[in-house]
Design a protein around this ligand. Structure first.
Ligand code: MG
Ligand code: MG
Length: 275
């Protein structure tokens, strides 16, 4: 069952998403080679709790942390560890919060130090594909239009592999609601989008093949060929003419520009987020 949100509920989800992005912005300001996943996880949890919210992922199906931290071949669902990040790592950081009865969800992939150009291009293309998907989150289009836009850009216009096993989702009073929002699909297929639908769109794109596997920790999804993967996520509300992006990556991008240890991941064309 799909739950359509009122304007007031959408504002509450926005507040939760903005808190997530505040936590990710703090991550953007401190992440560097030499820091550990556990350290940034602790910082994000403190920030969320200081705002009278709860981490959205901690305890969800037994997940033990505030952030999902998935470096390099890690796609998503990585558990923060004591291992220091290295120069050249690309680190997906996914964050959720629960505030005033509603979840927020957003993710960003950080490029630390000297990252090879092929991997930087993967990050730029994945980030751009997120906005191409969002352009289709308008009333009257279908779920398949979002997936098609992401897939066409990443797999037809670029040589990457879109993860099939993990998808975006509706979000609201629950972290994962209907409908599923795949990053692949056919134009004109799937559920029709209506104003009030709030969804997390989150392309997971691999430099090599689309195939993934679960690592030994029982959580982290990694690429089968061990090549890097990228992940960017926004929570958006479907509107009549233009999707309303409830999360905000601008703050994260500004923090990256001030952090000499992190490379900027620009969007590849004129698509940008309205502030
Ligand atoms: Mg997420
Ligand atoms: Mg999500």
């Amino acid at each position: 069952m799909i739950f359509y949100k009122t304007a007031d509920e959408i504002e509450l989800i926005r507040e939760s998403c903005l808190l997530v992005c505040k936590a990710l912005t703090h991550v953007a300001s401190i992440i560097r080679p030499g820091i550990t996943g556990e350290e940034i996880d602790k910082a994000a949890e403190e920030l969320i709790r200081d705002h009278n919210a709860k981490p959205g992922f901690k305890g969800y199906r037994g997940f033990p942390a505030t952030l999902c931290i998935s470096p390099n071949e890690g796609v998503v669902h990585g558990i923060p560890t004591k291992k220091e990040f290295q120069n050249g790592d690309v680190v997906s950081v996914d964050c959720g919060s629960y505030l005033n009865g509603f979840y927020g969800d957003s993710a960003f992939t950080f490029a630390l130090g000297e990252v090879d150009e092929a991997t930087m291009e993967l990050l730029r293309v994945t980030n751009t594909s997120l906005y191409l998907g969002i352009e289709n989150a308008i009333e009257g289009r279908r779920i398949g239009d979002i997936g098609f836009a992401v897939q066409d850009y990443c797999e037809n216009q670029h040589p990457y592999g879109i993860v099939r096993e993990l998808v975006g989702h509706g979000i609201g009073r629950e972290l994962h609601e209907s409908p599923e929002v795949p990053n692949y699909g056919k134009r004109g297929k799937g559920a029709k989008l209506k104003e009030g639908l709030v969804i997390a769109i989150e392309p997971m794109v691999n430099l090599g093949t689309k195939d993934v596997q679960q690592s030994n920790d029982g959580w982290t999804i990694i690429t089968k060929d061990k090549k890097p993967s990228a992940h960017f996520e926004h929570t958006v509300a479907v509107k009549k003419d233009k999707a309303d992006i409830l999360s905000n990556h601008k703050l994260i991008e500004e923090a990256i520009l001030k952090n000499p240890n992190v490379n900027s991941v620009g969007v590849k064309n004129t698509l940008t987020q309205a502030s």
